[in-house]
Design a protein around this ligand. Structure first.
Ligand SMILES: C[S@@+](CC[C@H](N)C(=O)[O-])C[C@H]1O[C@@H](n2cnc3c(N)ncnc32)[C@H](O)[C@@H]1O
Length: 291
């Protein structure tokens, strides 16, 4: 099927613009390469500053930049543990946008035969590949490919991606960061079930995703509604909080086919990961699901 003929509901490229803002945030905080500091990303970042200041200083609510850094550094930490303690040598990052994790991970493990595949929708994957190549950041074992998490069969599907590029005799880690909140619950349940099935043949499978908690304190609710409206305007869609409780998250992932599931909160890592304060009211958690 040519891209032009793809049914409208699987073309979610309207979301891609958000990757410019996160990409700039990673650069601004010393986590990425200057090549990802785009003009568009900077404009988005700067325009959000007042809102971030108000949430941090007047409302006592975790601001966007803090949440982004927390989620990114927690996923980095969990991935490192999967590598060091469980022998993961191959990683798939879906909806990679301008995430620096791929090139930073490959730099850290240079010469050790690691595989890191980043995947995104066609235009974003192309742009990411160009930036990495031009900056000399794309080495052996590291590639950026086109994949759509909503497509079940064919060239852009998860099935083709995992089936063709990963060794089923070795452990695998899969990451979605800043992706699942853009989709509704049935869409995500379908994706998680497909992912669990595809990861099942591997001797060990680790899936990490950030998640917007639905368990929100009343004083944070208006801020979150405003935030959802803003993202709705920019990405032309809703932001979804999938789980009313940790139990609901565990149940969903187990039903999808994962064996063990844990919900991590920033405060769980206090003193273990150097990241912005975990004290203010937050609505972020990171889910780790193993096959
Ligand atoms: C908020 S950005 C996050 C980017 C990156 N993970 C980060 O944290 O900086 C969301 C990403 O999801 C990608 N995306 C949107 N719909 C997708 C889909 N159906 N399949 C794969 N990626 C998708 C967008 O192109 C974009 O790069």
């Amino acid at each position: 099927m040519k891209p032009m003929e793809r049914p409208a509901e699987t073309d979610t490229s309207r979301i891609s613009i958000t990757a410019y803002q996160t990409g700039y945030t990673w650069v601004k905080n010393g986590l990425s390469h200057a090549a990802f500091a785009t003009i568009r990303g900077r404009a988005m970042y700067e325009s959000l500053r007042p809102m971030m200041w108000v949430s941090r200083n007047l409302l006592g609510i975790s601001d966007l930049e803090t949440r982004l850094l927390q989620r990114h550094l927690i996923i980095d930490h969990l991935l490192s543990e999967a590598v060091e303690k469980h022998g993961v040598r191959q990683v798939l990052e879906l909806g990679c946008g301008f995430s620096p994790r791929g090139f930073r991970f490959m730099e850290r493990h240079e010469g050790r035969g690691f595989t890191y595949v980043e995947a995104d929708l066609p235009a974003m994957a192309r742009r990411k590949r160009e930036i990495l190549r031009d900056a000399g950041l794309l080495g052996p074992g590291h590639e950026v490919v086109t994949a759509n998490i909503l497509i079940e069969k064919g060239a852009e599907s998860l099935r083709d991606l995992i089936g063709k590029r990963f060794d089923p005799a070795c452990p695998i880690a899969v990451i979605t960061e800043g992706v699942v909140s853009y989709f509704d619950a049935p869409t995500m349940r379908d994706f998680w079930a497909r992912l669990a099935r595809l990861m099942a043949p591997f001797p060990a499978g680790f899936y990490f995703t950030d998640n917007l908690s639905a368990d929100i304190p009343p004083r944070a609710a208006p801020y979150l509604r405003l935030w959802q409206t803003l993202v709705g305007l920019v990405a032309r869609g809703k932001l979804h909080a999938h789980f009313a409780s940790d139990e609901a998250a565990l149940e969903t992932f187990r039903r999808a086919g994962f064996g063990s599931v844990a919900v991590h909160r920033p405060r769980d890592f206090a003193g273990r990961i150097s990241m912005p304060s975990a004290d203010s009211v937050g609505f972020l958690n990171v889910i780790e699901a193993r096959t």
